[in-house]
Design a binder for this molecule. Structure first.
Ligand code: DC
Length: 210
C-alpha cells in the first residue's frame, strides 16, 4: 500500500472531495494544503496588516481529523471558503516566504506517513518522493459548475459566470507564478474527472494506491 499520496490539480477539480473519501477508506490522514493558504489570506484580510514574514512567522494553522481548520486557535472552517478568500489565497501563494513556511508545516504533517495531501505543488515541491502522485483535472466549465453547486449548498451567493471567471483567473495565477507553480509532476498520473463521478475517481485512486 502506498504510504504517501500526493494529489495536485487546478481549482475545483474535485481534489479535496475525493482525497477526503480515499483517506477515510484507507484509514489515512487527509491534509488540505489549500486550506492553509486560505488561512494565511484570511489572516491578512482580518488583520488589515501588510503580508510580510513577521505576520506569518508564528501563525497557528491546525487541521483536525474532522476537517476543521483553526487559525490562531479560532475555528475558521467556514470563513476560508468565501470567494474573497479564494482570490486572496491565490494571491498570497505567490510569495516565496509564505510557500516556504507552509511547505515546512506540510512536510512535518506528512512525516508520520499514511497521508493523502492535496494542493498545487505537492508532487513537484512539497513531497517529491511521494509513493503515488495524481494530477486531477477537469474542464473549466465543469469545475465552475461544481463550485457553483458547492457554494449553493453552503448558502453562499453564487453567480456561475463570475465563478467561471474567478476559476480561470486562479488557474492562470497558480500556473504562471514563478515559485512552485501548479504543474503536473513528471511521474504523476493524469486523471481527467470531467466525465467521471466522484466514486469513479475514488476507485481509480484506490486501485493505484494498492
Ligand atoms: O485548493 P484551494 O482552492 O483551496 O487553494 C486555494 C489557493 O491556494 C489556490 O488558488 C492556490 C493556493 N495553493 C497553492 O498555491 N499551493 C497549494 N499546495 C495549495 C493551494
Amino acid at each position: 500500500m502506498k504510504k504517501i499520496i500526493a494529489v495536485d490539480g487546478p481549482a475545483g477539480a474535485g481534489k479535496s472531495t475525493v482525497s477526503k473519501i480515499c483517506a477515510s477508506r484507507l484509514g489515512y490522514t487527509y491534509i488540505d494544503t489549500g486550506a492553509m493558504y486560505r488561512a494565511v489570506a484570511l489572516k491578512v484580510l482580518q488583520s488589515g496588516e501588510t503580508l510580510d514574514e513577521n505576520l506569518i512567522s508564528d501563525i497557528g494553522i491546525k487541521l483536525d481529523e474532522t476537517g476543521k481548520i483553526f487559525l490562531d486557535g479560532a475555528d475558521v472552517t467556514k470563513e476560508i471558503r468565501t470567494p474573497e478568500v479564494s482570490r486572496g489565497a491565490s494571491d498570497v501563494a505567490k510569495f516565496g516566504f509564505v510557500r516556504k513556511k507552509l511547505t515546512e508545516l506540510q512536510r512535518d504533517m506528512a512525516k508520520r506517513g499514511k497521508v493523502i495531501m492535496d494542493g498545487r505543488d505537492i508532487g513537484t515541491q512539497v513531497l517529491p518522493n511521494a509513493d503515488l502522485k495524481i494530477f486531477l483535472t477537469a474542464t473549466v466549465d465543469e469545475r465552475a459548475r461544481r463550485r457553483f453547486e458547492e457554494l449553493k449548498t453552503k448558502n453562499f451567493a453564487a453567480d456561475f459566470d463570475q465563478i467561471k471567471k474567478d476559476i480561470a483567473l486562479r488557474d492562470k495565477q497558480d500556473s504562471e507564478r514563478e515559485i512552485a507553480p501548479l504543474a503536473q509532476a513528471s511521474d504523476a498520473i493524469l486523471l481527467d474527472s470531467t466525465n467521471l463521478s466522484i466514486e469513479q475517481v475514488v476507485e481509480k485512486i484506490l486501485e493505484l494506491a494498492r
